[in-house]
Design a protein around this ligand. Structure first.
Ligand code: NAD
Length: 330
């Protein structure tokens, strides 16, 4: 099988090539995104392998089908960037990596929480400049605080496990309650209760058309003053402009974002020599109590290995006409 791997970074290539030694696929690595313009590069390939910011919308899927591409292999869990209806109509099969390392994302989530809470990012800057003043660095004990977890699937539960270790009260919101979350002592509540009672709110649900801007001005207005919000899920879950207003009003006390609604074309790239045109991103990143990481929550050696193994395993199953449990359907 010939596979066109879009949006390849050095680490993707390294782990995919290593795992591919036992599959023997013909992998071509493209360092650019899949878009309407770059879809033509998939000519002659059986499969495209894509990541979170690649565009597999209607027009792109149509182009891929016309080129004879049969499979779209997502090397991520989310599939909001793929038009599944068009893929199904044109006979393209779509597979994903539903779980590669929930702990990788959960641990990064906690990293953002603790950095923001104890102002470690600010302390790092100060101590490098021999400024050992503690003014402005006061945090709060996680112990006995309330964490609100939105989405209690694999990552949500892995995060809760750590939060429970801090001695936090766990509130949860998910249309499908999880036994694992309940076993950790989580209390399922409606969103309003979660917003009203949580000191820390962390997002672990997928982005769907229904929950776009789940955290908007109205949601922020219901939260505690000084609430901490962490998003390692998908950028579109937070209305960034409304977040700026809530930060200015000191409603949001700190905001950690590994994902951002307009991250496409920005994250995963070195933009240090460019002038960033996105004023919303600029405004947010200028706040001392906002911490961005560039969609790196998944980035551990264990996760990259698991992503490569599952992706190539998925493609092998499709190639052999076997049932693939990781197939995504409309
Ligand atoms: P999962 O499918 O195991 O769990 C998702 C949970 O969200 C499910 O229990 C589902 O019922 C729930 N849910 C769906 N819609 C909801 C809503 N509107 N409100 C509340 N809950 C809702 O998925 P997971 O493996 O835990 O991953 C969660 C998300 O994390 C993914 O969808 C993806 O967007 C994101 N993710 C980010 C990274 C990263 O590097 N930042 C890496 C992997 C996954």
């Amino acid at each position: 099988m010939k596979v066109a791997v879009y949006s390849t970074k050095h680490y993707d290539q390294k782990y995919l090539e290593h795992v591919n030694a036992s599959y023997g696929f013909e992998l071509a690595f493209f360092d650019f995104l899949l878009t309407e313009t770059t879809a033509k590069n998939a000519a002659g390939y059986d499969a495209v392998c894509i990541f979170v910011n690649d565009d597999a919308s209607k027009a792109v899927v149509e182009e891929l089908a016309a080129l004879g591409v049969k499979y779209i292999a997502l090397r991520c869990a989310g599939f909001n960037n793929v038009d599944l209806d068009t893929a199904a109509a044109l006979g393209l099969q779509v597979v994903r990596v539903p779980a590669y390392s929930p702990e990788a994302v959960a641990e990064h989530t906690i990293g953002l929480m603790m950095t923001l809470n104890r102002r470690i990012h600010r302390a790092y800057q100060r101590t490098r400049d021999a400024n050992f003043s503690l003014d402005g660095l006061t945090g709060f004990n996680m112990h006995n605080k309330t964490a609100g977890v939105i989405g209690t699937g694999k990552i949500g539960v892995a995060t809760m496990r750590i939060l429970k270790g801090f001695g936090m009260r766990l509130l949860a919101y998910d249309p499908y309650p999880s036994d694992a979350a309940l076993a950790l002592g989580a209390e399922y509540v409606d969103l309003k209760t979660l917003f009203t009672e949580s000191d820390v709110i962390t997002l672990h649900c997928p982005l769907t058309p229904e929950n776009h801007h789940l955290l908007d001005a109205q949601a922020f207005s219901q939260m505690k003053d000084g609430v901490m919000i962490i998003n390692t899920s998908r950028g579109g879950l937070i209305d960034s402009q409304a977040a700026i207003d809530a930060l200015k009003q000191q409603k949001i006390g700190s905001l950690g974002m590994d994902v951002y609604e307009n991250e496409r074309g920005l994250f995963f790239e070195d933009k240090s020599n460019d002038v960033i045109q996105d004023d919303v991103f600029r405004r947010l990143s200028a706040c001392h109590n906002v911490l961005f990481t560039g969609h790196q929550a998944f980035l551990t050696a264990e996760a990259l290995t698991a992503i490569s193994e599952t992706t190539l395993g998925n493609l092998q199953q499709l190639d052999r006409g076997e049932h693939c449990p990781n197939q995504v359907t409309a």
